[in-house]
Design a protein around this ligand. Structure first.
Ligand SMILES: CC(C)(COP(=O)(O)OP(=O)(O)OC[C@H]1O[C@@H](n2cnc3c(N)ncnc32)[C@H](O)[C@@H]1OP(=O)(O)O)[C@@H](O)C(=O)NCCC(=O)NCCS
Length: 179
């Protein structure tokens, strides 16, 4: 893995937008620099940018992707936004970028609900050792005034290789319905 050096930027320079197909490779490279996230294939990130752009967000500074959230609506639960991966380049962490991306994504998802259907919940799975992720989602829930319910979802055995920590499902909701 090569080191990447980014100089500090002001919030005004950060652009939050939907990803496009051309962002797939950069998204893959960002995730590669954000342990402990699982790195998926380049093809998987291309698919997310192509099929799920509406429910994903990238943060760009001077044309470089420095943050991203991948998410989708599970086919059997279209009222729930499942957040898959949240990544902020190490040089940009601790500046509320992940929180801004989550807020921006949820605003977009609520605004674009088909037929005005309400969004009921946001879900994510978090491994017990990922304190930053747990803090991020707890803080997100507090900001939006919603409850969190958590329970074991994928056991270590489910991953089948003895190398992956268990994953707990965090469900945030019910999401406030807008008038
Ligand atoms: C987790 C991650 C996305 C947070 O990004 P970030 O932009 O630094 O997060 P924010 O600045 O918006 O912080 C949100 C909250 O989490 C807390 N937080 C962030 N990083 C933290 C850390 N390492 N330890 C403890 N708390 C942390 C912040 O204090 C803040 O809490 P507050 O709102 O109560 O003040 C980033 O650290 C990252 O990319 N990590 C590697 C990948 C990963 O673990 N992703 C999450 C799993 S999907």
């Amino acid at each position: 893995m090569t080191a990447r050096v980014l100089t500090p930027v002001s919030p005004r320079q950060i652009v939050l937008r939907m990803p496009a197909r051309r962002d797939g490779a950069a998204l893959h490279d960002l995730i590669a620099h954000c342990p402990p996230l699982d790195l998926n294939s380049r093809y998987a990130y291309l698919l997310l940018c192509d099929h799920h752009a509406d429910t994903c967000v990238v943060a760009e500074v001077d044309g470089r992707i420095v943050g991203a959230i991948t998410a989708y609506f599970p086919p059997t639960r279209p009222d729930t936004l499942f957040v898959w991966q949240v990544a902020v380049d190490p040089s940009m962490q601790g500046q509320r970028l992940a929180s801004q991306m989550l807020d921006s994504l949820i605003e977009r998802c609520i605004a674009n609900r088909p037929g005005g259907q309400p969004l009921r919940a946001v879900e994510a799975t978090i491994s017990p050792s990922n304190i930053a992720s747990r803090k991020l989602f707890t803080s997100f829930a507090v900001r939006h005034g919603v409850e969190i319910v958590a329970g074991l979802h994928f056991s270590a055995a489910d991953f089948g290789n003895g190398e992956h920590e268990e994953e707990w499902l965090y469900r945030l909701g019910p999401w406030p319905v807008r008038a």
